[in-house]
Write a protein that binds this ligand. Sequence first.
Ligand SMILES: Cc1cc2nc3c(=O)[nH]c(=O)nc-3n(C[C@H](O)[C@H](O)[C@H](O)COP(=O)(O)OP(=O)(O)OC[C@H]3O[C@@H](n4cnc5c(N)ncnc54)[C@H](O)[C@@H]3O)c2cc1C
Length: 444
Amino acid sequence: MTSQYTSLLASSTLDVAIVGGGPAGLMAAELLSNWGHAVHVFDAMPSVGRKFLLAGRGGLNLTHSEPADLFLGRYGAHRLQLTPVLQAWGAPELQAWAHGLGIDTFVGTSGRIFPKEMKAAPLLRAWLHRLRHPLTGQPVQFHMRHKLTGLSVGSPAQTGPISLSFDVQSLSSEHAQNLKLSAKSVILALGGASWARLGSDGAWVPWLQSLGVQVNPLQASNCGFHVAGRMGAGWTPFFESRFAGHPLKSVAITWTTQAGLTLTRQGEFVATAYGIEGSLIYTASADLREQIKSLGYAEFKLDLLPDRSLMQVSKEVSHPRGTRSLSSHLKSRLGLEGVKMALLNELLTPVQLHDPLKLAEAIKALPIRLTATRPIDEAISSAGGVAWDAMHAGHEIKALPGVFCAGEMLDWEAPTGGYLLTASMATGVHAAKALHDKMKGDEP
Ligand SMILES: Cc1cc2nc3c(=O)[nH]c(=O)nc-3n(C[C@H](O)[C@H](O)[C@H](O)COP(=O)(O)OP(=O)(O)OC[C@H]3O[C@@H](n4cnc5c(N)ncnc54)[C@H](O)[C@@H]3O)c2cc1C
């Protein structure tokens, strides 16, 4: 690198380098700069918070208002590790933080919490302004188009600065140039591996593993699934062409969790060309993905009329229908039509369709078989990441003293509902506190 600015950067040892300018990295940057550290945020993209902005496109769900025990339960297998993190900084703190930026929030009917404007852009704008012009502490310095490609630390005995290696993309040249920097402390907040075009591409996994850090494979979470269909080859061309994109509203699914529990949840999802996706499916996506991994397929039961009992449905189905077609009969007696009716036609045999008892049972518990998740790049979030055993309690990597981790790159997952942003930011807070305590402890 030749510019004066980069040679200055390269010749000094930075106080704190935060790599990754998503919600986790920005939250860590805010706290550390408030506490007087000189913070530098690096990001591979031309601007920070790109996935955060995308999250705001369909209504930014910041967090959830449900009781703490239920909230913590959403983190499933990683509840234990995230409990102290989220008890220290969770849904109430996140709301207070948003209010502090001048962003009003409201609780939706489902208990989810949103900014009043529903969007992420006003919040990100106010946040970046505060980071650049803080009332106390030091302004955060941003370095865009800096992609971290590796780092090295001294042996645990010599706690010297950490060397960071970046590929820097300049506006004037097609070729990235290498830049080596050193920092006293580093927070990695590199995200997972979905929506790679927004920056989180998971390219950090191999080099971090090569440094002796255990990283569990990144997998799709909150994702769509391919369906087997009646013949095992997905939806029929007829169903796909007529019903892809149609929502299944107010339905319920029942599935078995990895712990062997049977759960039922009500909500909605969408039929897609390849199968299904949507918030109700995301609720079960971790269990369904694991079932596919162990059995080669997963299955859940779909209740097309969750507000009616099997007995009520049976009674209506068995009502004499005279010369009416089955479709008009089910539409007039039960209000079943559109994609719901099409699903019955798609998945049941003619014998099942014309046997009132079997049909009623299918309306209340239609087996839906899944064969595969959609690719991770399309998912809302990733499961897997830096293993908890690879880190100390403050999320400092054991093999890399002085290097801390935060956000979705850690090994946890949760359904949609605001749990992803809350834990991403809370782990940013947690890593920042641990780094600050360590640096204070290191002072003479
Ligand atoms: C469509 C969609 C909708 C969503 N909606 C919601 C929602 O409503 N509510 C919710 O709670 N969650 C939602 N999420 C999830 C949420 O956005 C993520 O969980 C959250 O952004 C993760 O934060 P993070 O800081 O850990 O990672 P990210 O936001 O992914 O940020 C990581 C940053 O690191 C940078 N980076 C990666 N590798 C490198 C490298 N080698 N060098 C330098 N920089 C690098 C990236 O460019 C990126 O800026 C949604 C996600 C998607 C895709």
